[in-house]
Write a new protein. Structure first.
Length: 266
């Protein structure tokens, strides 16, 4: 099998920009080659050009390539300041009887929406709340729906939350844990491409979480995605982004209330 050439790398970069608005820098060449080489072997192809030709006519394999090239680093309670803000500044002031709706817009393998669910279960209990969790990758959506994780992934979950909302695996599932069913039923998983018109997600949201994703977008894509997200927020609803990200200069009706936390102008 031949190595990935610069022109082939450019073609995969174009694929990801067109499909998801994600920019693959030239420095990601080794990552692209490593993640896709097994697919070439499985299909009996000897070059990445042949694979590119193949995925142009095979929508299933094209989605598989997108899945493999999507960065999915995540863990429970990542960036804990956001969860403190959710508990103390959003859930704590939610009017009784008004459903609180949250969208985890790049949920990866589910750690983020289940972390949010644990916070809402503690703060709101049986009061009405619902989480929509989405990703462009069908592979990680399947993992998230399954809600079973290696035990080492539980290290950042507060002990009280772990005891209340997770089940320790036994027998064939030893060394793993599962998110409890009563929490899983509060989370609805969807495949959503943020770089395209959004599907009906059941109405507007009090909070949208899109963290550590917009760093992969160019300026125009970031602006377009932010405008779609703003349209899905209630007046005075919140948007969380990654702590390495900024929305300055995008001309959207959002005000920063603290680093990586924005509120929609009423």
């Amino acid at each position: 099998m031949s190595s990935l050439t610069e022109s082939e790398m450019s073609a995969f970069s174009r694929l990801m920009i067109d499909a998801a608005g994600i920019t693959l820098a030239a420095s990601k060449k080794a990552l692209v080659e490593g993640r896709l080489s097994k697919r070439l072997q499985a299909l009996g192809l000897t070059s990445f050009t042949a694979y590119l030709q193949h995925i142009r006519g095979d929508a299933t394999e094209r989605q598989r390539a997108i899945d493999l090239l999507t960065t999915n680093e995540t863990y429970f309670f990542r960036e804990p300041q956001h969860f403190a803000y959710l508990a103390e500044r959003i859930a704590a002031v939610q009017p009784p009887g008004q459903p609180l709706r949250v969208w985890s817009a790049a949920c990866s393998s589910g750690e983020e929406p289940y972390s949010i669910a644990m916070v809402l279960a503690e703060r709101l209990g049986q009061r009405p709340w619902h989480i929509v969790a989405s990703d462009i990758s069908s592979r990680v959506i399947d993992l998230a729906r399954n809600a079973v994780y290696p035990m080492e992934r539980a290290e950042r979950i507060p002990p009280a939350y772990l005891k209340a909302h997770c089940l320790k695996g036994t027998g064939a599932h030893a060394g793993k844990f599962a998110v409890a069913p009563q929490l899983r039923e509060r989370v609805e998983f969807r495949m959503v491409n943020l770089n395209a018109p959004l599907p009906d997600l059941g109405g507007v949201f009090d909070l949208i979480v899109l963290r550590n994703v917009m760093i992969y977008f160019d300026g125009d894509t970031k602006r377009a995605v932010c405008r779609r997200l703003v349209d899905m927020l209630r007046p005075a609803g919140h948007l969380f982004v990654g702590h390495s990200e900024s929305l300055s200069g995008l001309d959207v009706p959002l005000t920063m209330v603290q680093p990586a936390v924005y509120r929609k102008d009423a």
